[in-house]
Design a protein around this ligand. Structure first.
Ligand SMILES: Nc1nc2c(ncn2[C@@H]2O[C@H](COP(=O)(O)OP(=O)(O)OP(=O)(O)O)[C@@H](O)[C@H]2O)c(=O)[nH]1
Ligand SMILES: [Mg+2]
Length: 596
């Protein structure tokens, strides 16, 4: 059994040895955790991927226990939510050993944390806990010409040091062996004294680095050169445009191809006829048959929309996002946009949760825990909920607008982008508190490991299928029921001043507003086959862009920030949707009247 929790209260361990996995951010803890427990957790090449702890079970050569993936921390003084979780873990003294993961390409900073842990584990905790070090990413270190004398490091750290390449499973058996050995030898546990003072610690770090590390001076590799280039305005900004264009091409072009060439024919020619034959064995007409197999039937649109229209874009979006994450490109984008972001009161590093929001708002909102102030967390979470379309919405927009005109599609994203800036500036004024400078750590630019990448994409698509596709199928079923029983017409009459009068949409669009409560992208899909004009399409898209966040997103907002904030954000976005959509329609109407 494994659990993913947002609290830092640990349940007592069942049996075996409990091991804490700790270290600086972005050193490979989550990859090690996944390899040792088989539990899939998010890992990415930027800091702050793991924001709460995850527990998983390990088994190794007849021994067993649990392993806890702790969020990365720079030090042991709690300055962000994630760091507090890590410190809590330690203080609970429930572990039998601590495995500290060190990044071999960044040894100096990692050693500072190592000495803090050693100090704590031997002098502060009532019962000293053995500490084992994994010197990870030695493949990258080697490429950078960094050579580390492991034996000597072992002496300085007064604990076993095992070299590892986590993504390739190198050294992990040795790591487990050393850990179990240390736990079982704990009886004769005697360690040297570790200094309390921060200054002493830095002096010690300096000395160790001089003794154990040799850096061969050599020409930078092409990846290092590229890594630096991406952060300078020139050629960084052109590169960013190129990257974004390629990303868009893959998602939009690839998704359209996948949809048109494979998925739509599959749904229309194979799946739906097959389901129809099965259903016809039981019912052949009446409300039940129509709810299942009618034009908007649960087994017709309920299959076509989520699987043939949305899934291809979600899949390709995650391919692109995962690649950008694991290559370490995202934080570099953060450096480029830092200037613009600072003007609206947030740090460039927050670009990472914002971009994650283009996948799904939930991980993005959770990702804001890495932000150092509550104000900034709230700002980023609200902006993501309000303005950033998720991958499923993108799929729906492409389906709605892409065939009509690419310009409409681009215009919707432009509106979203402007809304990000404007809402950022407004939130910055109205939310009390301040935003602190955030340490934006730039990871090495890496060629992502293929296996890790594939696993991650699979995990995300699986999540999407479970969490989004099922509600979508059910939502369509519910809508079909409303339509078949005539209830929809009645709701339509009530909402007619809003839908027809203010927004200029046909009464059928009411269905989108009802379905959109469950999932935001469903607000778009009912508009697909209504034969709308360009202006109506765009109005519908603007309403859907800002419409009520998905129920699951609201749930996360409430959990993270409380009911009041959740309600405020939900209401704010819904009202903006109607105001902005209606304004657009009314103005466009007047303009066309004047021109034509
Ligand atoms: N080349 C190489 N890449 C690695 C190695 N270990 C991890 N990575 C990559 O490094 C990045 C960071 O790994 P994570 O496991 O997310 O790091 P973490 O320590 O859990 O990070 P936080 O959760 O942010 O504290 C990912 O992109 C991994 O694929 C390694 O030994 N070699
Ligand atoms: Mg992690």
């Amino acid at each position: 059994m494994n659990c993913h929790s947002t609290q830092s209260e640990l349940e007592p361990k069942a049996s075996g040895y409990r091991i804490l996995l700790m270290g600086n951010p972005n050193v490979g803890k989550s990859v090690i955790f996944s390899k040792l427990t088989g539990v899939e957790v998010e890992s990415a090449n930027y800091t702050g991927t793991t924001i709460s702890f995850t527990k998983g079970d390990w088994q190794f050569r007849g021994k067993q226990g649990d392993l806890i993936d702790v969020p990365g921390t720079y030090s042991l003084d709690a300055s962000s939510e994630a760091e507090k979780v890590a410190i809590d873990m330690l203080k609970q003294e429930a572990a039998d050993a601590i495995v500290v993961v060190l990044d071999a390409t960044n040894l100096e900073r990692n050693l500072f944390f190592a000495s803090q842990i050693q100090h704590l584990s031997t002098e502060i905790l009532k019962k000293p806990i053995p500490v084992i070090f994994a010197l990870n990413m030695i493949d990258v270190a080697k490429r950078q010409g960094i050579d580390i004398d492991v034996d000597s490091l072992q002496e300085y750290l007064d604990a076993p040091v095992i070299s590892t390449v986590a993504v390739r499973n190198i050294g992990l058996s040795e790591l487990m062996e050393a850990t179990i050995h240390s736990i079982e030898e704990n009886a004769s546990f005697q360690k040297k004294e570790w200094s309390k003072s921060e200054d002493d610690r830095w002096i010690w770090v300096g000395k160790v680095i001089r003794e154990v590390q040799q850096v061969e001076h050599r020409h930078p590799t092409w990846l290092e050169k590229l890594g630096d280039a991406t952060m300078r305005p020139f050629p960084g900004i052109p590169i960013a445009f190129l990257v974004m264009s390629i990303a868009l091409g893959i998602v939009v072009g690839g998704g359209k191809g996948l949809r048109g060439a494979i998925l739509l024919p599959l749904v229309h020619r194979v799946i739906v006829p097959f389901l129809d034959r099965v259903v016809q064995l039981f019912v052949t007409e009446g409300i039940l048959y129509n709810v299942l197999m009618g034009e908007y039937g649960m087994l017709v649109k309920g299959i076509e929309w989520p699987f043939a229209l949305i899934l291809p874009y979600v899949l390709l979006f995650y391919v692109v996002l995962s690649f950008m994450e694991d290559s370490g490109y995202l934080p570099r984008l953060g450096v480029l946009v830092d200037g613009v972001f600072r003007k609206i009161g947030i740090q460039g590093g927050n670009i990472v949760p914002m971009i994650m929001g283009y996948g799904c708002a939930i991980p993005a909102i959770l990702g804001t825990r890495a932000a150092t102030t509550q104000k900034e967390r709230l700002m980023v979470a609200s902006m993501v909920t309000f303005t950033v379309p998720c991958a499923a919405q993108t799929g729906a927009f492409i389906a709605l607008l892409g065939d009509h005109s690419v310009f409409l599609l681009i215009a919707v994203y432009l509106v979203s982008f402007i809304a990000i800036l404007v809402s950022g500036m407004m939130l910055n004024r109205f939310i009390p508190g301040k935003s602190d400078p955030m340490l934006l750590e730039i990871p090495n630019l890496l060629l992502p490991d293929r296996q890790t990448l594939i696993k991650k994409i699979k995990l995300r698509v699986k999540h999407f299928i479970v969490e989004a596709e099922v509600p979508m199928v059910l939502g369509v079923g519910f809508a079909a029921l409303l339509a078949e029983t005539g209830a929809l017409v009645q709701v339509g009459v009530v909402l007619s001043p809003l839908v027809e009068g203010w927004l200029g949409l046909p009464p059928e669009a009411t269905l989108g507003l009802i379905l959109g409560i469950v999932r935001r992208e469903l607000a778009v899909l009912p508009l697909l086959e209504l034969g709308l004009s360009g202006i109506q399409l765009f109005t519908g898209a603007v309403v859907a862009l800002f419409y009520m966040p998905c129920l699951a997103v609201l749930g996360v907002l409430v959990k993270e920030f409380g009911a009041k904030i959740g309600l405020l954000v939900g209401l704010g976005t819904t009202i903006s949707a109607f105001v902005l959509g209606g304004l657009f329609f009314q103005i466009a109407n007047i303009v066309t009247a004047i021109i034509g």
